[in-house]
Design a protein around this ligand. Structure first.
Ligand code: AKG
Ligand code: FE2
Length: 259
């Protein structure tokens, strides 16, 4: 792996891993405070060990994302969310959809926004803090990642906007870039998938065009998190035979866009 930020990331990551004594691959520490009262189960056999350090329980996952972004501009992490949190988010998304809270997504910006199912067919609802324990748990983790991206890759990310997305069977999102032509604030894209038992034959992959022209397909399986530099990777969502749920979001920095 190579890249401008990589030496810095490695230098910081090694001593941190030693201090944490956390060698498990995935999530194993205390849940974000928002989830504690909600009763959503959280794996935690090493919780005391990790809670006693000043470092985050999510450090190993975040280290891998930082390394990947510094080296290649994108990262795919499977099982990034505990099953219980991913399930709680999926239930929440379906509940909101049944209540009519999700609306057909539009393309374009401001007064140029139109709904065009020939371009994208998903239904979305923007998320705000304080709506539910599962959403707050997710936002807490993503905010921690924002701070680390700023501290170690100097990205200057100011905020995070995200929405639930539900793609009905057969719907898709044609090839696009996530950065608007007249607004370059969107800097890093995140997509977290919420679909249990997803198989390749269900379709619905996120197809990312890599810098060398190769294509990389990501299956939208529950707990998978994809992170990439918004302006650098054209991508598309292929049609699926099943309903496809996700939380899609963008870290934004101050830019030339309208306020
Ligand atoms: O759901 C996905 O895999 C990607 C969605 C996407 O590209 C977008 O909402 O901009
Ligand atoms: Fe996109």
């Amino acid at each position: 792996m190579s890249g401008p930020g990589i030496r810095l990331v490695e230098a910081l990551a090694a001593p941190m891993a030693e201090q944490l004594h956390c060698t498990d691959e995935q999530w194993f520490c205390p849940p974000p405070a928002e989830l504690v009262q909600s009763g959503i189960a959280w794996p935690g056999p090493r919780s005391l060990e990790c809670a006693m350090t000043e470092h985050s329980p999510h450090a190993p996952l975040i280290e891998r994302i930082l390394d990947d972004l510094a080296g290649q501009g994108w990262s795919q992490q499977t099982l990034a969310l505990p099953a219980a949190l991913s399930r709680a988010l999926a239930d929440e998304c379906r509940r909101r959809h049944s209540a009519g809270a999700l609306a057909p997504a539009s393309v374009g910006r401001g007064s140029g926004q139109v709904i065009d199912e020939g371009i994208r067919g998903d239904h979305i609802q923007w998320l705000t803090p304080g709506e539910s324990a599962s959403v707050d748990g997710y936002l807490a983790v993503l905010d921690e990642l924002r701070e680390r991206l700023n501290r170690e890759l100097f990205l200057g990310l100011e905020d995070y906007e995200c929405h639930f997305a539900l793609y009905p069977p057969g719907s898709f999102y044609r090839r696009h870039l996530d950065r608007f032509r007249d607004d370059d604030r969107r800097t890093v894209t995140t997509v977290c998938y919420l679909n249990e038992d997803w198989l390749p034959e269900h379709g619905g992959a996120l197809r990312i065009e890599l810098a060398d022209g190769r294509e990389h397909d990501v299956l939208p399986a529950a707990g998978t998190l994809v992170v990439f530099m918004s302006g650098d990777f054209p991508h598309e969502v292929l049609p699926a035979s099943r309903e496809r749920l996700s939380v899609t979001g963008w870290y934004r920095r101050r830019g030339n866009g309208p306020l």
